[in-house]
Design a protein around this ligand. Structure first.
Ligand code: NAD
Length: 329
């Protein structure tokens, strides 16, 4: 982990769920971390643990000048900023594509111009689209089923072209349903795990869209963070590729609901509504490429991951960090 000690690292989307856990890990490794985030879905509270060690630049990746200012003096970039959520993209394809595609093109262009050595960026299992093959394997993608999935396909294509044309090293990580502390349970676009946990904690029934037999490969956030660290330190042969990042298990949404109800001691049960358009039916990763090229292996199983989300009186409450400068460094 010598690479990170004293290194200038940029995390786009660093105030978000995955990005903020990554920031904490990088600070722990001795890196000088800058965060570029417009706080649209991210929050300053997420950066509470690293607040005094980082440099938060409030800016939008759709603005090339904000990207240029953020990458100045930086050697390694983790690109997490994006508008997530398939349902959001079904409603607002223009905004999702603008942020995720044009924004990513801006980040990559700024990286090229600043001489950044390596970019590790967030892709998604949604790129497998309508392919029914299981487990999902890199190179066996189907057609994207939503504008969000399309945006991630286009991110991978951008990285491929920028890598070949400009010599920047790129590694893409296809996350599969990442969950853990700080994931936002609020609003219509909340992911299933925080939604379930919030309902269970309130003693309300858990809402499943569809029959609940759809399945996912749930990945604890610390495993996703570890994949990023491994990708940034991996040898040159690992670059120019994308990797599935997940434990490689399949859990139905119905089974997840029961794990959550049990962990929270709730007997409120489950209710169903019609399935949401754009959602894929089954998802399970073949993560053998990540194991071979990055040395990645997920370490947390679903039951213990959900257990870690049950509020306990001996856990610290979340409070607001003190205000900091939000001007570019
Ligand atoms: P998140 O919404 O918590 O984090 C995204 C961050 O990007 C937020 O802090 C947000 O404020 C920031 N952002 C959004 N638009 C921006 C813009 N225009 N300019 C600057 N910053 C902007 O989501 P997350 O779950 O932490 O996701 C991180 C990355 O992982 C995203 O690229 C997402 O598509 C990808 N991903 C996540 C999952 C998952 O299960 N959470 C699965 C697959 C892929």
């Amino acid at each position: 982990m010598e690479l990170f000690r004293g290194a200038s690292i940029l995390v786009t989307g660093g105030a978000g769920f995955i990005g903020s856990h990554l920031v904490d890990r990088l600070v722990g490794l001795g890196a000088k971390v800058r965060v570029l985030d417009n706080l649209s879905t991210g929050k300053k509270e997420n950066l509470r643990d690293s607040w005094h060690q980082i440099d938060l630049v409030e800016g939008d990746i759709r603005e090339i000048e904000a990207c240029r200012a953020a990458v100045s003096g930086v050697t390694h970039v983790f690109h997490e900023a994006a508008l997530g959520s398939v349902p959001r993209s079904m409603e607002h394809p223009d905004v999702t594509l603008d942020v995720n595609v044009r924004g990513t093109a801006n980040v990559f262009t700024a990286c090229r111009d600043a001489g950044v050595k390596r970019v590790v960026y967030a892709s998604s299992s949604s790129v497998y689209g309508d392919s029914e093959k299981l487990p999902k394997k890199e190179g066996e993608e189907g057609r994207p089923l939503s504008p969000y999935a399309l945006s991630k396909v286009m991110n991978e294509q951008l990285a491929d072209v920028f890598g070949r044309c400009y010599g920047v090293e790129f590694i893409g990580l296809r996350y599969f349903n990442v969950y853990g502390p700080r994931q936002d349970p609020e609003g219509p676009y909340a992911a299933v795990v925080p939604r379930f946990c919030k309902a269970a904690a309130a003693g309300e029934p858990l809402l499943i869209y569809g029959d609940g037999d759809q399945s996912r490969d749930f990945t604890y956030v610390s495993d996703a963070v570890e994949a990023n660290i491994l990708a940034m330190t991996a040898g040159l042969t690992a670059t120019g590729r994308v990797y599935n990042i997940a434990p490689g298990n399949r859990t139905t949404v119905k089974d997840l609901a029961n794990v959550v109800l049990r962990a929270f001691g709730s007997s409120a049960g489950i209710r169903h509504e019609s399935p949401r358009p754009g959602d894929i039916r089954h998802s399970q990763a073949d993560s053998s490429a990540a194991r071979e090229f990055l040395g990645f292996r997920a370490s947390r199983d679903l039951a213990s991951g959900i257990e870690a989300l049950v509020p306990r009186s001996d856990r610290e409450p979340l409070d607001m960090p003190p205000p900091v400068s939000s001007s570019p460094p």
